[in-house]
Design a protein around this ligand. Structure first.
Ligand SMILES: OC[C@H]1O[C@H](O[C@H]2O[C@H](CO)[C@@H](O)[C@H](O)[C@H]2O)[C@H](O)[C@@H](O)[C@@H]1O
Ligand SMILES: [Ca+2]
Length: 802
């Protein structure tokens, strides 16, 4: 594609106009009425001059972004295109100025000195703008490919804290993957820029000692590659670099420049939504490769992550990709990349059609075989399987202090031991990790700490010092999902035929039995009927924990809650987690008091994370509570849109969902904030949450979002009206995402109109819950009036202030 001929900036690039060059930017502002109002306004802009002017006048805190923290005049005079830059018109406000800075940065990327810019670009609907940037820019910039061209970027890692590190770029290749080894050796020989690259084999058996011992030689771990068919017979000795093709994938962003386990799942949801199906498919392929060679889906593909995994999502991810592949084949997919004219269309990363002849069904079969291997080998074996409850725990191998953590992370903990040993923290850290100093107390601490990191929830007082003992609700509901997914796939997608990697026939009935047994154990050990909440179970103390975590809603996502449990979660527990900006990770009460010696943790109150939101939305929707799903999605998207508008387009890793702030100074800080002039990546799962969240919005909710209508006002008004008119929420049948595309969700959301804003406590009471799950004393209060069923029109459901 000739990008320049279409790009809204590039296409309008002008040669330097005489008049413009003689004018200064400080010219008098003219009123809009002096221009032809019937025409869309366009500005002729000197890129470098204007950028410098904005920064000088408006960027008062000198962070190369225009935000509401800046105290400049927030106005700028721009020359109109019609007048050749002679006549000036004013633009105003933080959003327009920051958008101008962003557009100028894009123009500079393309070496433009002058551009003609539509005013519409500067006051673009922020929902549309952000969604467009995610789809057309952010995914692209988060894409990595471990081929000869992409290696340099892939190898870069800012996390390492080991003083003795040999910082040459390094790639580790699994034992036996000779062609891959040859590929990288050849790439090194062919590219002067890769001359320092270290290409090393991993041993066949990877032990915790080995992983510890290469902490001072950290490297990226090889991922899946595909053979390329030889082109001609004349091509007798082709380079190994032309024999294999690397498969692009997405990284989370910021300091996380490698492929993560659960991040990849959430990113994949956004990629599928945006039509990048091959990228999502590649990441499944990489997971299968990791299971084969590294024994598990890795926390991420760096050497220091070799011992641990992350929350498992492979079956669901593969099923979703499969559904899109089939849609594509049938030509029914409407999810082709919906690119704006002239913008990056994702062609380089999206059009990665497989050369081999594997059918979609065979591909799915292969993915499920990998998932089955992972299920048995990782999650259903010691030490992760608890023999008594037969539930699973996060419990990885490893030795010493995790080298990827920020340098001061363990200072509070270690200083006591370092003092006793008469060593500096750094020296103690080294000697302890090398087992030159024995500290059984610390061994226990780090066993749990590694488990915390495997859980993805690093860190939280929910799991601190105890994680490896806990059968958590998150892990066990995810495994329940594996079990039902595999059963469903065997019956409904694979014609009843699936063998595992050892050739054993799999049947849906055995997988459903596993699921049923797990559900019963979840109900027995994790469900608390009195509190209407799932908790984790401490397998050593043999009792439930009391920490209230948003992971309880994963039972809805996986479908293992009964209708009564779902209703109870919605009516009696959701309010503890629901804040203005969405769901908080855990309640304030559960977090406890914070002090200098007990610092805040990023997976505790008041912080909220994309995975928790997305799983809860889908969980409530699964049980017909689309109204709740949409309300929660609105809150989350409101917060993202607000900071996007106010903070120069920022899309961070996480939020304080109580104060709606992205300025999170905890642990390694927030990611995604460090950019100059224009955001380029966002953050993987946040990008996904935005695109997925929009599918829960009606058109009117999207309009409300674009005007930043406050969710509390929005839903309070709606509640008041609802109390007057219709106290009973409309039940919408849950959609089965395995069979229907996300499009169905979009249509469903549009049908909802007003019902998306329904008071939780006014829901219909469930039929009498079963006695074993609920104590006899438990009752749900009926709504005050359940007879008046007058339904407000969709029009009335819009926020009155709009
Ligand atoms: O470096 C500290 C920790 O960083 C990672 O955890 C955080 O980022 C991950 C990538 O976005 C995410 O998966 C995880 O949920 C976050 O808490 C890493 O996964 C940890 O192992 C690491 O110690
Ligand atoms: Ca600034």
């Amino acid at each position: 594609m000739d990008r320049d001929s279409h790009h809204p900036i590039r296409a309008h690039t002008q040669t330097k106009p005489e008049l413009f060059s003689s004018r200064t930017e400080e010219s008098v502002l003219r009123r809009a009425s002096h221009e032809d109002q019937s025409k869309a306004r366009k500005f002729l802009i000197n890129v470098a001059e204007t950028k410098q002017l904005i920064l000088d006048r408006e960027d008062t805190d000198n962070n190369f972004q225009i935000t509401v923290d800046d105290l400049g005049p927030k106005t700028l005079a721009l020359g109109t295109a019609d007048s050749g830059g002679y006549r000036k018109l004013g633009i105003r406000g933080n959003y327009m100025l920051s958008n101008l800075l962003q557009e100028l940065a894009y123009a500079e990327d393309y070496g433009r000195k002058y551009i003609v810019l539509d005013e519409a670009r500067l006051n673009e609907n922020p929902v549309r703008r952000l969604s467009r940037m995610i789809r057309n820019t952010f995914w692209h910039n988060l894409t990595r490919c471990m081929d000869a061209d992409g290696l340099e970027l892939t190898c870069a890692d800012t996390k390492d804290r080991t003083a003795t590190t040999d910082s040459r770029p390094r790639i580790y290749i699994p034992a036996g993957e000779e062609a891959i080894f040859q590929y990288y050796q050849a790439a090194k020989a062919e590219r002067p820029r890769l001359q320092h690259l270290q290409v090393e084999y991993l041993p066949k058996v990877i032990t915790p000692e080995f992983v510890r011992d290469i902490n001072n030689r950290p490297g990226i771990l090889a991922l899946a590659m595909k053979p390329i068919a030889a082109k001609t017979s004349a091509d007798e000795s082709p380079s190994p670099t032309s024999a294999l093709r690397a498969l692009p994938y997405i990284v989370p962003g910021g300091r996380f420049n490698e492929m993560y386990g659960w991040d990849s799942y959430f990113s994949a949801l956004g990629l599928l939504q945006d039509g990048y199906i091959d990228l999502a498919k590649n990441m499944c392929e990489h997971f299968a490769f990791e299971i084969k060679h590294y024994g598990k889906i890795l926390n991420a593909n760096r050497s220091y992550y070799l011992c641990r995994s992350q929350p498992p999502f492979l079956t669901d991810m593969a099923l979703r990709v499969y559904a899109h592949l089939n849609d594509q084949d049938l030509g029914t997919s409407s999810l082709s990349v919906p690119c704006e004219e002239g913008e990056y269309d994702g062609s380089e990363i999206a059009q990665d059609a497989d050369q081999d002849n594997e059918t979609n069904e065979d591909w799915l079969r292969r993915m499920l075989q990998s998932a089955i291997k992972e299920y048995h080998q990782v999650w259903m074996s010691p030490p992760r399987l608890d023999p008594m409850t037969q539930l699973s725990k996060y419990c990885p191998d490893g030795l010493g202090i995790p080298p990827e953590t920020e340098p001061s992370h363990f200072d509070n903990l270690i200083s006591k031991y370092a003092e006793q040993a008469g060593l500096s923290i750094v020296d103690f850290d080294y000697k302890y990790t090398q087992s030159l100093i024995k500290e059984p107390e610390l061994d226990a601490y780090f066993l749990h700490d590694r488990a915390v990191r495997e859980s993805g929830h690093d860190t939280t007082y929910r799991l601190d010092g105890v994680c490896a003992n806990l059968a958590t609700v998150d892990l066990n509901t995810l495994l329940y999902k594996y079990e039902v997914d595999i059963a469903h796939a065997i019956d409904d997608l694979l014609g009843g035929h699936l063998v595992d990697m050892d050739g054993h026939q799999q049947t849906s009935s055995e997988w459903l039995e596993r699921a049923e047994a797990r559900k019963q154990r979840i109900n027995k050990y994790l469900w608390h009927p009195g509190d209407s909440l799932y908790y984790d179970y401490d397998t050593v103390k043999k009792k439930q924990t009391t920490y209230e975590s948003a992971t309880a809603f994963w039972a809805l996502w996986s479908g293992c809650a009964s209708n009564e449990q779902a209703e109870a979660l919605a009516t009696r527990s959701l309010f503890k987690f629901e804040n203005k900006g969405g769901l908080v990770s855990g309640t304030e009460k559960s977090r406890g008091t914070i002090s200098v010696d007990r610092p805040n943790r990023q997976w505790d109150f008041p912080f909220g994370w994309a995975p928790h939101q997305i799983l809860a939305w889908e969980g409530f929707a699964n049980y017909g509570m689309v109204d709740i799903a949409s309300r929660l999605a609105y809150r989350w998207l409101f917060m993202i849109t607000k900071s996007f508008v106010e903070f120069n387009g920022v899309v961070p890793e996480k939020y304080d969902v109580v104060s709606l702030s992205h300025k999170v100074e905890v642990e390694y800080g927030n990611q995604g904030l460090e950019f100059k002039y224009v955001p380029r990546e966002g953050f993987g799962w946040m990008n996904a949450s935005y695109q997925v969240g929009l599918t829960y919005m009606t058109r009117k909710m999207k309009s409300a979002l674009a005007t930043l209508a406050d969710p509390d006002d929005l839903f309070t008004c709606a509640l008041e009206r609802e109390q007057r008119s219709r106290p009973v929420s409309v039940r919408i049948q849950a959609i089965d995402y395995r069979r229907k595309s996300f499009l169905a969700m979009e249509e469903l959301a549009d049908q909802l109109h007003d019902t998306v804003i329904t008071k939780i406590s006014s829901r219909n009471p469930s039929p009498r819950p079963s006695e074993d799950l609920f104590p006899p004393t438990y009752t749900l209060s009926p709504p005050s009036s359940s007879t008046n069923l007058e339904v407000p029109t969709p029009h009335e459901a819009v926020h009155p202030c709009l």
